[in-house]
Design a binder for this molecule. Structure first.
Ligand SMILES: N[C@@H](CCC[C@H](N)C(=O)O)C(=O)O
Length: 269
């Protein structure tokens, strides 16, 4: 059985997007996702995105990390899906329904309202999520935010100095985070500008993370470090994040189709 896909990326965070409404697919096992996402022998991607029919919205986006885990939210993939759909749409995700508005070369996405309750992140125990009394090798007092998926954010002087490929996996798997966590290191450059690097849960270091940018902006605004409209610079490029008076976050940035292809299901199942 041949499966058609579209390879896309948002600021270098790349996806294999499979339209499950246009073709009949076998059930995707975690092993099949890992094989497809494998950069040596598979197609290669940070996340596999599966589009399905929705009874709540125009379409449903299921998100699988490269390690095979299915997760709730992906900001960059939401912009990629907006570009694919080509018109305003409501998109169901496991993290909630989000509104997509395609724009020249990308999209704006209403990412909903950030949640700060310790049990909403979730954390293993009650804690002040604005400044958590914890530390890992010099990284200390992070903030925690759920923007559909869980994030921890460390504000540091210089993001390039943080050994994120060592500390990221350690923090991602710390028992403090029962559902694991996306690990963000951020430096506030001025009241409108943040620099960010992200170790993604289930995918490792990526060139950009849309939900990471939203969570980091929400944490910076909550601490009074920035204005409510900020530009977040990631290794792959920049995103604009704006928080409205009702708390909702809008993310705006590019998304690009790389190529279309197909693969034999049995090669990866
Ligand atoms: N790349 C994403 C986030 C993908 C999911 C994340 N790794 C998780 O496990 O929650 C983005 O652009 O937001």
């Amino acid at each position: 059985m041949r499966i058609s896909f579209t390879k896309m990326h948002g600021l270098g965070n790349d996806f294999v997007v499979i339209d499950g409404q246009a073709q009949i697919l076998p059930e995707l096992s975690p092993a099949a996702v890992r094989n497809i996402a494998d950069r040596h022998g598979g197609i290669g991607c940070d996340q596999l995105i599966l589009l399905e029919a929705s009874d709540k919205a125009d379409s449903k986006m299921r998100i699988f990390n490269a390690d095979g885990s299915e997760v709730e939210a992906c900001g960059n993939a939401a912009r990629a899906v907006a570009v694919l759909l080509g018109e305003k749409a409501a998109l169901e995700t496991a993290g909630g329904v989000i509104a997509l508005t395609p724009a020249e070369g990308g999209a704006s996405v209403d990412m909903g309202t950030p949640r700060f309750g310790w049990e909403e992140i979730p954390l293993q125990m009650p804690m002040n999520t604005n400044r958590m009394p914890v530390a890992w090798d010099g990284l200390e007092n992070p903030a925690a935010v759920n923007v559909g998926n869980p994030h921890v954010i460390f504000f540091v002087e210089n993001v390039a100095d943080v050994p994120l490929s060592d500390l990221g996996p350690q923090i991602e798997h710390d028992p403090l985070f029962p559902e694991r966590v996306n690990v963000n290191v951020a430096s506030v450059k001025d009241r409108k500008t943040i620099e960010l690097r992200v170790w993604e849960r289930g995918a490792g270091l990526t060139k950009a993370c849309g939900t990471g940018a939203c969570a980091t902006a929400a944490a910076a605004i909550r601490r009074g470090l920035t204005e409510k409209r900020v530009i977040v610079h990631l290794p792959g490029g920049a995103l604009e994040i704006e928080q409205a008076g009702d708390g909702r976050l809008t993310m705006t940035g590019p998304a690009t189709e790389s190529f279309r292809g197909s693969f034999e299901w049995d090669d990866f199942a």
